[in-house]
Design a protein around this ligand. Sequence first.
Ligand code: GLN
Length: 473
Amino acid sequence: MIKKIHEQLKNGEVTSVDLVKGYLGVIKEKDQLLGAFLSVREEQALRTAELVDEKITQGHEIEMLEGIPFAAKDNMNVAGEEVTCASKALEGYKAPYDATVIARLKEMGAVLVGKTNMDEFAMGASTETSAYKKTKNPHDTSRVPGGSSGGSTVAVASGEVVWALGSDTGGSIRQPAGFCGIVGLKPTYGRVSRYGLIAMASSCDQIGPLTNTVEDAAIVLSAISGEDKMDATSAQSPAKDYTKFLTGEMSGVRIGVPRAFVDAEGVDAGIRERFEQAVEKFRGLGARVEDIELPYAKYALPVYYIIIPSEVSSNMARFDGIRFGLSVSGENVTDGYFKTRAAGLGAEVKRRVMLGTYALSAGYYDAYYKKAQKVRSLIRRDFEEAYKKVDLVLTPTSPEVAFPFGSKTEDPLKMYLSDIFTVTANMAGVPAISFPIGTSKDNGVDLPVGGQLMGKWFDEENLLRVADAYERN
Ligand code: GLN
């Protein structure tokens, strides 16, 4: 899709200004209902588009993403503009600098049209913890779009933008992509700079693309990845053109299915059915699919919900009412902290701060946090072992299709289970992609089902190649 629009811009079949106006029109028409955006920057977007058009008229070459409208999740800094993380705690706060991904995209002339809704500080799986609004699934507006990158996902799935950026700590790109029938890629930890991404859990957070096709995901990854001196965890690997690896071929690729994990209770029959069909399709396309074991994968979710709240409790400490956003005055400094945080943070954020503070406290550190870190190492080792035998691991993206609003908000554990298949990739740091594998009926409605492929560390090449070959067929 991006390539085609790029050609049209180059050939003068369409101008960037008309393109951007067209998408802004779709936002005006649909977003009242869908609620994907927290802010739209019409003026700035059109100004960028005008510059791109001038460049094209003067006969200059343009970059692949140049002149094409995209959206970013509202946890990425755009200099001088509001960044809220969908929290009251940051209402009115303006980012002092550009996140590295934003700076790179601006440099390329990509057109940022707005910032999207999300679960508060990216904690959630339905976008319902946003302090501002509900985002609706375009396939059935009585259902959630998934989360936490629900706004970015809906913006792409409903044609409000060509592509969008999300962030994924435990599935926040892949799960909503699966729920809304699009492609979502979580790169290898360290592949994309986190500088200027407001942290949720620093050892897992990764920025990645939400797109209509696997090729588009490859294009966006090529643009945003690569070493960044401002992020000490960014890997020393140069950016490359990932579209070069999309051959349409997958014969001989070895794909492992962690049977015990996939067949566990709680996975919907419709999802299982689509998944088995996908397995057969992979076989038909020449892949060697075999069952594998990931013995510790079943502990990934409980381990995730010890480690992530621990990191959350530390990262959230900076919202003290003095440096950023909301500030409620109290009788003294401490009282001010309490009042600000009580007023600014929502229930899910508070829950995680409490859980994390507990898990990190002197008396419980060894029993919880340290133990969880040990099991995390074992999960990583599971993948190291598996990747001696197979190139990729295949699972469903989620155990069920998009669920109705409110159906899990009263029971956080139920909400957490939505991430059962996605958190493993973040625990191990491997790259993973969600792509559409069909639909499943729920209550009479056909809803998208996502398949997930996980790859070897820094092997986005193979991951994208195989997902693209599946999509083409
Ligand atoms: N739903 C998961 C959580 O609540 C994942 C969130 C994310 O990836 N940002 O932690």
